[in-house]
Design a protein around this ligand. Sequence first.
Ligand SMILES: Cc1cc2nc3c(=O)[nH]c(=O)nc-3n(C[C@H](O)[C@H](O)[C@H](O)COP(=O)(O)O)c2cc1C
Length: 397
Amino acid sequence: MNRFDVLFMGRPLINPFILASAPPTATPAMIERAFEAGWAGAVIKTLIDEPVRNLSNRFGINKIGNRMYAFKNIELLSELSPNEWFSGVVNLKKKFPDRLIVGSIMADARDFDGWKRLALGCQEAGMDMVELNFSCPNGYPERGKGCAIGQNEIIASEIVRNIKSDHRITLPIIPKLTPNITDIAFIGEELAKAGADAFCAINTVPSFLGFDLSTLNPKVNVNGYSTSGGYSGPGIKPIALRCVYELVSSSSIPVMGCGGCMTAEDAIEFLLLGTGVVQLATAVMFEGYPLIHKLLSGLQEFMYRHGFETVADFQGKGLQRIKHFYQLDITFKTNAIIDPETCKLCGKCVISCRDGGYQAISIMSDDICPYIDPVKCVGCSLCVHICPFDAIHMEKN
Ligand SMILES: Cc1cc2nc3c(=O)[nH]c(=O)nc-3n(C[C@H](O)[C@H](O)[C@H](O)COP(=O)(O)O)c2cc1C
């Protein structure tokens, strides 16, 4: 057994890294190149029976400094027909029998036969599982599909129940969920009752990227106009982690984690919450398929550092560390401490504590580091996060 091997829903995989349904899985030929690079599996770009015509342009980016903070798209689904996919996947499966190929489908909310026909097509082509796209936030919700389905537990459950009651369909059914819902655990529980075999969480977060202030054009500019679309990349990771946590702690079916995973460290955080695998889209759009090498070496380094022999050794380990708010220890108190050697006297901590904190930090003189009053310091840690020089840390009282 390879140390990166994982077992997902009884299926052995060469590592836990899967391409999410997105441009990197737009064609069977692209998935083939990804498998050659070492990806363990791929979710195909979502299939739909109706023709897909994409807008130009369709992507936008939010940066902090020079770094991408999040990515917005108004892309629709697969431009290939279901039959093009089905024949392509038959060939892919022959070449890469050890890789996970997950179908992804969308139909009208009430078109149960459409959902079943596409699921059956995926199964007959040899796909291992199928995601139900209940979560696309652009183009489809206004027509009652995509995340409009994922926001309605009655319709979503009806679709799952219909597919599961068709005895011809045996492949695992995986609703892909939207974060744009009040209580993701509730819809998860309802879908589990309807027969869902696993979940994928999450799809993109509905967003509007803003304006170019020099031209007043909206960002993701389609001939001077724009519309709401899906936010992905690093900025959405905390939202995705929270959704995954809600799902794994409320129903017992497996979860494929997805959303904002850019590095091995990000992926490890999903695995610590107990996801079976981790899916990536935006990171691959930015770094290409060779990203898999960085993910594997980061995973190896983490496992070596902690003495984990296999991925299963740490999957779900983080769950023990999450409690309800009122279960956290109210008697636990910390104080901020400044290291005078590292402090550069920039004064940022003084301003933040004065106007956004508890007025515990003051400047005594221009050439010595600020003083933190241990009585006024409530241990909020704002100054630690503000300090550009890592000169402040928290110490237990
Ligand atoms: C350009 C683009 C197109 C996408 N297309 C699909 C799609 O067809 N079906 C789907 O289920 N998710 C689609 N997604 C969502 C991704 O699969 C993924 O859920 C989301 O981007 C969050 O992951 P990330 O932060 O790793 O990108 C798309 C995402 C992007 C960025």
